[in-house]
Design a protein. Sequence first.
Length: 79
Amino acid sequence: MAGFDPSLDEEIFSKKAEFDNTVITISVMSYNKGTKKLQISRQNISAAGEPKWSKLGRLTKEEAQAIFPLMKEALDNMD
């Protein structure tokens, strides 16, 4: 079985919500022209200012309110 090929991964939509020490990205992705899927990811910013991937985990109320409209916009791009 072949592995993941990044060249076949297409980003249809992507927007970010930035906070003090984290960035949450809402994306719509399609692999090999397949089904469009919603992706939600988090990057925490270290004290040195470097982004580091992290599990999304739980959201604060502020984070949830900020990404809700982005998720709606992403869903509109999944048609």
